[in-house]
Ligand binder design. Structure first.
Ligand SMILES: [Zn+2]
Length: 408
């Protein structure tokens, strides 16, 4: 396998810095008895020598990932619901202030953010290719188009609804390899003084916390301020604001505008300076990240094997997409984690992709409590540990692996 590829943003050379080997699709939960039909690909990450964008070395065709049965539902977490309500309120206060503002969200999922705006009578449109979650949004009274966002779709929206004051995307833009088409669509759709706001996992956090489980097929790019600034400039937009967010294990919210339309906030230069001080995409930094990932694997496997050999029982908590990378890269099978409990009905009764750990409903967790719970949904640790207080009281212990392997 070649260890370079062509950058999807600038056509420069992407140099590989870590190879996770053969991986299944992170959200492709398997029906028992159909385990022979899984799709695998080689998952490796690299950084562009020219524009610094961190990206997967191989792209997975999008229809394999975002389809009728796509199981991730945004509204599952109380913390995320609060986050998106706050986001909507902020947009109402700062951007959606004109006489008849219009917002378009691509990857609107089940409408978790647009619901607040729809309730206030704001003109809106969600664009969502995954049919099941798009139907959930429609059922909440949200206007939604079941399609991928691209230039032709943007043109249709302008014809029907006019230009958008805000184009918003949460945990979506970094999923999309074909940025050229997205940017042409955004430039077409965005009003002259409008903003394109998106939030995605922050590569600096991934490196600092060794949260390598953010790397899976659906996340094609791993954004940072420098790479987003270059990408925006290359595509005729300007990065005018950045804000760090605590959700999903550490994200940044980026605000782009037409060049010269807004005065860039000092936050852009500040965060850029931090990335430079930490030499975020220097080959030594990236090599160090790889070594940390290997260290996590060794320590986590040693812990799980020790517990098994001592007769302890471990159950996984949260069959997240992120868990797929941990399970398949580390090689954690049902001999080490007997099952994973998860609130998503579409995952229950199925097997995790690749190594086939059964997924069961949440009530299985307490029936009876295991000795240890491996917290795959670590980004919701506070919310989950508060909810499962009785597990700790019954003597159970949590296993975490970000930023390091530990038992609490
Ligand atoms: Zn590049």
């Amino acid at each position: 396998m070649p260890d370079t590829s062509q950058c999807r943003v600038c056509s420069g050379t992407v140099e590989q810095f870590f190879d996770f080997g053969r991986q299944p699709l992170a959200d492709a939960f398997v029906t028992p008895g159909r385990t022979g039909e899984e799709f695998f690909y080689r998952m490796a990450v690299g950084a562009c020598r020219t524009c610094t964008m961190v990206q997967l070395m191989e792209e997975v065709p999008r229809q394999h990932m975002f389809h009728e049965d796509y199981p991730y539902v945004s509204s599952g977490s109380t913390v995320m619901r609060a986050h998106f309500e706050k986001t909507a309120e902020r947009l109402l206060d700062t951007e959606l202030t004109g006489p008849d503002p219009f917002i378009v969200e691509f990857g609107c999922n089940d409408g978790i953010m647009l619901k607040t705006l729809a309730d206030r009578g704001i003109r809106h449109l969600g664009v969502e290719p995954s049919g099941g979650v798009a139907d959930m949004a429609a059922a909440k009274g949200i206007r939604v188009r079941k399609t991928f966002f691209e230039e032709s779709v943007a043109r249709d929206i302008v014809a029907a609804d006019g230009h958008a004051d805000v184009i918003y995307a949460a945990n979506t833009f970094s999923h999309i390899a074909y940025v050229d088409d997205i940017f042409r669509g955004v430039r077409e759709l965005l009003a002259p003084t409008g903003v394109f706001v998106f939030e995605d996992p922050y590569f600096l956090e991934i490196v600092q916390r060794t949260s390598f489980d953010q790397i899976y097929d659906e996340h094609f790019y791993f954004f940072a301020v420098r790479s987003v600034q270059e990408m925006a400039a290359r595509h005729g937009l300007e990065l005018v604001d950045v804000e760090r967010l605590q959700v999903h294990g550490g994200e940044v919210r980026y605000t782009l505008a037409h060049p010269g339309a807004r005065t860039p906030s000092p936050a852009v230069a500040e965060l850029l300076a931090e990335e430079e001080a930490r030499e975020l995409t220097h080959p030594d930094t990236l090599r160090g990240f790889g070594e940390s990932v290997e260290g996590t694997r060794e320590r986590l496997l040693a812990l799980l094997r020790r517990i098994r050999d001592e007769g302890g029982r471990v159950v996984g908590y949260g069959a997240t997409a992120k868990s797929s990378t941990v399970i398949n890269y580390c090689g954690i099978g049902p001999d080490l984690v007997s099952f994973i409990c998860d609130t998503t009905p579409a995952k229950q009764g199925r097997l995790t992709p690749g190594l086939h750990i059964p997924v069961r409903e949440p009530k299985a967790f307490a029936d009876p409590y295991p000795d240890y719970a491996l917290l795959f949904a670590w980004n919701h640790a506070d919310e989950i540990m508060a909810k499962e207080r009785e597990f700790r009281q019954a003597g159970g212990r949590w296993i975490l692996y970000v930023p390091e392997v530990r038992v609490v």
